[in-house]
Design a protein around this ligand. Structure first.
Ligand SMILES: Cc1cc2nc3c(=O)[nH]c(=O)nc-3n(C[C@H](O)[C@H](O)[C@H](O)COP(=O)(O)OP(=O)(O)OC[C@H]3O[C@@H](n4cnc5c(N)ncnc54)[C@H](O)[C@@H]3O)c2cc1C
Length: 585
């Protein structure tokens, strides 16, 4: 007999949900292995609890520190530079360090999933699971949950400081509507951003789903600091995992293994274990268990750029909240046949924890519905300690670059409005450079340096202009990129980064889709007893942040598993909030 019924690899957004749901059946033995540190109730580090996420996501205690990516595709003589790429290595995974935005994308995103061969994932089928995850503290009605484990709230305009208020006034003048509930009306407009947060505290998937009561279940074992090196097979049947835990390498057996290691590490684990594109595995001398060409392929991200400015003192963050991003703006580019709401802009009122960060804000734009999907995760070594090679290949589809170029002009027009000029000055095209990251690390040196620079920035205007240009901005000026389309394109190509939303590297799909890695229940093709359940299985990125969709997917697959895995087409998709769930709390 196996040691466990289920081994879940990764205690992130999806893994936390699965561990809670699958262990709710007292006869099922579940082991959760998380490589990072644990965050049990009462011991959650202050940086994670903080409503302001900008220290947690740069804190090496919670990160895969060796992970680097390229953002651009290799072109003839051009070899794109490597950049650090933050991914959570902590209980709760991304949800413990992320920006806490909690939105779903729109109905068309999930109808697209179903049309791409993920049967049973259309909007009508997934909506009950979105509702099951959330407890919306502001809105109710058919689109919202009121009993889920993740509290969702918004900071409404009354509490906004001058900066987002100025963006709102500029958007009003440009004809955009105010939408109180971004998760309720899927139209263009601006809104208070929905966040996974209550009482000015983050609520991660681990905090919500691996609470004290859940941890007391005798049939649930949680190992933190436990990195799975590979999945074990007999023939093509998965039999368990090899995991380093408490200083020892162990082999643990399971009836089923569920990879929830995230869209970078799940495909890497599959490939190291012999499941992936056969020719790539052979290059590395890995014995092929199943030739599944789609593993690690079609990586998608949301490509982003930013327009920054100095925020005048009166318009900066206030004492009503630690949050720094309150307003979101969704619009339809109307370009290249893209669906409505394909573009998103966040008004970022503080760009770092330090004094200069409080003086500088951005309009942060991303392609909400990207087309570029040629990113990939490949093995860089067979050593399980070595991070995989990750190429994001943002903007590989010209439609994404075209929409960012158009979007940059829209942001510049907004920035030129009277409302924005009243609240800000010295606008410049910004990039998330290594220098910005280094200065963003929490340290006394950075605190002192930025205190001094901020005091000078708040001094006489000519000095501010000079310092903003020489020390803060760098790169081409706003006037230069607006006057020269080629320069703007070149700037965007170089400055474009992802927003930590990797997905789609083990896509769900139909049996006849050669790029599909799993079926619609996350079962890995060519194997038995092995699933992937995390952001990897998305058939395409939804037009929104992906934490909530990942948790929705985990809730849905947990229900499928507990129902005994009926064929996905016939899976019960009854509203889990209204009817008795397959799972008892
Ligand atoms: C800095 C940052 C900001 C973000 N902002 C937002 C936002 O505001 N809103 C939003 O919706 N989304 C945001 N995201 C994205 C979102 O948080 C992720 O998409 C989501 O958490 C992915 O969930 P997952 O379960 O697929 O993977 P993860 O949550 O990353 O979980 C994977 C887990 O597996 C563990 N793991 C990996 N390999 C192994 C192994 N071999 N053995 C054991 N454990 C392993 C990892 O340590 C990790 O805890 C952000 C992400 C980051 C990093």
């Amino acid at each position: 007999m196996s040691d466990y019924d289920y081994i879940i690899v990764g205690g992130g957004s999806a893994g936390s949900v699965l561990a809670h749901r699958l262990s709710s059946d007292a006869t099922t033995r579940v082991l959760l292995c998380e490589a990072g540190v644990d965050t049990p109730e009462g011991q959650v580090p202050a940086a994670i609890l903080d409503s302001y996420p900008g220290t947690a996501y740069l804190d090496p205690r919670f990160l895969w520190t060796g992970l680097q990516v390229t953002t651009q595709a290799v072109r003839e003589a051009f070899k794109p530079p490597l950049r650090k790429y933050e991914q959570g290595r902590v209980m709760g995974g991304g949800s413990a360090i992320n920006g806490q935005f909690f939105n779903r994308g729109g109905p068309s995103d999930y109808d697209e999933w179903a049309a791409r061969g993920a049967h049973g994932w259309d909007w009508a089928s997934v909506l009950p699971y979105f509702r099951k995850v959330e407890r919306d503290l502001d809105f109710d009605g058919p689109l919202h949950g009121d009993a889920g484990r993740i509290p969702v709230r918004r900071i409404f305009p009354e509490a906004w400081p001058g900066h987002p208020k100025a963006v709102a006034r500029a958007l009003d003048e440009a004809g955009y509507r105010y939408l109180p509930d971004q998760n309720g009306v899927f139209e263009d407009g601006y809104f208070p951003i929905a966040i996974s947060n209550q009482d000015e505290r983050r609520v991660s998937a681990a905090m919500a789903y691996l609470d004290s009561a859940t941890r007391q279940r005798a049939n649930l074992t949680i190992w933190s600091g436990a990195q799975v090196s590979r999945v074990l097979f007999e023939g093509n049947r998965c039999t368990g995992v090899e995991v380093e835990f408490a200083g020892e390498m162990r082999r643990i057996g399971a009836r089923e293994v569920i990879l929830s290691a995230g869209a970078i590490h799940s495909p890497a684990l599959l490939m190291r274990s012999g499941v992936g594109p056969a020719e790539h595995l052979r290059e590395w001398g890995v014995e092929v268990v199943a030739d599944v060409p789609g593993v690690g392929q079609h990586l998608m991200e949301h490509p982003s750029i930013a327009l920054a400015s100095y925020i005048r003192k009166a318009a900066r963050v206030n004492d009503l909240t630690r949050r720094h991003i309150m307003l979101g703006w969704r619009y339809s580019s109307g370009m290249c046949g893209a669906p409505p709401g394909d573009m998103f802009v966040a008004a970022v009122t503080k760009t770092s924890w330090h004094a200069v960060g409080r003086c500088v804000g951005t309009l942060l734009m991303y392609v909400n519905k990207p087309y570029s999907d040629s990113g990939q995760v490949r093995l860089a070594s067979t050593d399980w300690r070595v991070p995989p090679r990750v190429e994001l290949n943002l903007l590989s589809d010209p439609r994404d670059l075209d929409r960012l170029v158009d979007g940059f002009h829209r942001m510049a027009a907004l920035q030129a409005s009277a409302a924005m000029r009243e609240a800000t000055s010295e606008p410049f095209p910004a990039s998330y450079s290594e220098k910005v990251r280094q200065v963003g690390m929490l340290s006394t040196r950075n605190r002192i340096l930025t205190d001094v620079l901020a005091a000078l920035l708040d001094g006489p205007a000519p000095l501010r202009k000079l310092l903003m240009r020489k020390l803060v901005a760098g790169g081409p000026t706003l006037a230069a990129v607006l006057a020269d389309e080629n320069l703007l394109r070149e700037f965007i190509r170089g400055a474009c980064v992802g927003v930590w939303h990797p997905g789609c590297t083990c896509r769900m799909g139909a049996d006849d889709d050669p790029s599909a890695v799993t079926d619609a229940a996350g079962r890995v093709r060519g194997t038995r007893g092995l699933r992937v359940v995390d952001a990897s299985i998305f058939p395409a990125l939804p037009s929104g942040n992906i934490n909530f969709p990942t948790m929705m997917a985990a809730e849905r697959i947990a229900d499928l598993i507990l129902a005994g895995d009926p064929a996905p087409e016939r899976a019960a998709v009854a509203d889990p909030q209204r009817e008795p769930s397959l799972v008892q709390e």
